[in-house]
Design a protein around this ligand. Structure first.
Ligand code: HEM
Length: 468
């Protein structure tokens, strides 16, 4: 039995005190001291941090069948139901096969037109701020545009005019889940016999508190909207709609069976969660990095004008917006929105030569892998050219894994990349954002790697653009 290195006794106190540098600082510290498989001996559930690409490959690809998604996802299931993120086993496999084609690049045309419309509206709002050279926090703006885009892509025009309602409901749900998960679930996870106590997590959401009632009410608001759209689409009996609900109504499993209303509701709710804050966080960090690298904004401007002239982007323009793509990739390398990917082991395993008992929590950490000195030159520097084809040759695919890896890899990666390209190339023509503070915001890690205190930037007009 080879036990993975990690803090123990006095060291553990040091590590916990080190949490002042935040969870990401703590992970970096642990890796520096103990290597790329670290065991954290807190409570009854063995907990491992894995930050080598070999370890990531083992957990997410080669021996993926030995891992389930684990405890945090059980809590999420209370509002996502059995969507792709929370489902496991046969239900997940069947639904993955049904949903995947709907989000592939070939189906992206109508989604991109929604993205282009919403990006243009945002550009107009930012250009108004720029007239006054106002300082605004770009993070809520990105949350707002990402929500509008995902909501309209999933539900179609019915959601127009109801965006605020959806925004409030979803924001409340996410904050409540975060609170419950931080205050309760993670503690339970670490207690001796944590597995047996797992059911308690869900109980925390059933307690008759005011916030829990508001939580149910927020879910009801979204349910009403989603089921309303499903009913409307079924009643219309006109196939060929372009929103996700229409596409899911038409999809069939290998036996020709359609999805139920509940199945569709769960997948739509899942996409709301998975496709909203992730993109918004990635974009907020992108604009933060661009504000400190304004020479790139000039290049983005030229790329956008060359590719689009005065048009808004369509799906066919995406290959011409290659710099926008690289800029987003580089921002996600430095600040991966999904900074850790957690799993629960089923049977005992060996990772990187170290024993991992059954029912261990194993956390693969893109946030560490993406800045590994052995994989990246000048790892802390923002340099999108490292994603040019020639520069990427010979680099392991897993050195950059913002969308995860293996069978559970993000199903919305093409959607997210398209959205980022459209938003970046539209905004860069409308405003120039410059920093108001030195350095980057600290991390406020939640489900995603949020910037603490947002991303306040000064908006300046982009002169002589003719763009909105
Ligand atoms: C920059 C934006 C995004 C990032 C960084 C991101 C990242 C990820 C990652 C790392 C996973 C794998 C999680 C794991 O293995 O435990 C994942 C899964 C998933 N993502 Fe994304 N995602 C993004 C955008 C989106 C969008 C736009 C959608 C939908 C429209 C989406 C839908 C999903 C779904 C449904 C899953 C679960 C897939 C499965 O388990 O089969 N994501 N995402």
């Amino acid at each position: 039995m080879t036990r993975a290195p990690g803090p123990s006794g006095f060291d553990m106190i040091r590590v916990l005190l080190g949490r002042r540098a935040g969870p990401v600082g703590m992970l970096r510290d642990l890796r520096e001291r103990y290597g790329d498989v670290v065991r954290i001996p807190v409570g009854g559930t063995p907990y491992f941090i894995v930050s080598s690409i070999e370890g990531a490959k083992h957990v997410l690809i080669d021996n993926a069948k030995n891992y389930t998604k684990g405890p945090v996802y059980e809590l999420l299931a209370s509002f996502l139901g059995e969507g792709l993120i929370t489902a496991d086993g046969d239900h997940w496999r069947k639904h993955r096969r049904m949903v995947q084609p709907v989000l592939q690049r070939e189906r992206m045309a109508s989604f991109v037109s929604v993205m282009a419309e919403e990006a243009a509206a945002l550009a107009e709002r930012l250009a108004e701020h720029a007239k006054r050279e106002a300082v605004i926090d770009i993070f809520p703006e990105m949350m707002d545009v990402a929500l509008r885009i995902v909501a309209r892509s999933m539900l179609g025009s019915e959601v127009k005019g109801r965006e605020n309602e959806v925004h409030h409901a979803l924001t409340f749900i996410l904050e409540h889940m975060e609170r419950v998960s931080v205050s309760g679930a993670r503690v339970l996870e670490l207690l001796p016999g944590g597995k047996r106590l797992r059911g308690l997590r869900r109980v925390l959401l059933d307690l008759p508190t005011r916030r829990n009632r508001e939580f149910r009410e927020a879910i009801r608001v979204l349910d009403d909207l989603i089921y309303g759209v499903i009913r409307a689409r079924r009643a219309a009996k006109v196939p060929g709609g372009n929103d996700l609900v229409s596409l899911l109504i038409e999809t069939r499993d290998e036996n020709g069976a359609p999805m139920s209303d509940k199945d569709i509701r769960d997948e739509v709710m899942t996409m709301f969660l998975a496709g909203h804050e992730t993109v918004a966080t990635g974009l907020a960090w992108t604009f933060q990095m661009l504000a400190h690298n304004t020479n790139l904004v000039g290049d983005l401007f030229v790329e956008s004008v060359d590719a689009l002239g005065d048009r808004t982007p369509t799906v066919d323009d995406l290959p011409s917006l290659a710099l926008a793509e690289r800029v987003f990739e580089e921002a996600m390398r430095l600040h991966p929105p999904v900074w850790r990917i957690s799993r629960l082991s089923i049977a005992p395993d060996v990772i990187g030569g170290y024993d991992v008992p059954a029912e261990s929590i194993v956390v693969v950490a893109p946030v560490l892998i993406h800045r590994d000195k052995a994989l990246w030159e000048r790892p802390d520097e923002f340099d999108p050219s490292r994603f040019e084809k020639a520069a990427s040759a010979g680099r392991s695919r897993l050195a950059f894994m913002p969308f995860g890896a293996g069978q559970r890899m993000c199903i919305g990666a093409s959607f997210a990349m398209a959205e980022a390209q459209v938003v970046i190339s539209t905004i860069c023509r409308a405003v120039l954002m410059v920093p108001v503070k030195d350095g980057d915001p600290a991390y406020e890690p939640s489900v995603t790697l949020r910037p603490r205190g947002g991303v306040p930037l000064k908006m300046l007009p982009m002169r002589g653009t003719g763009a909105s």
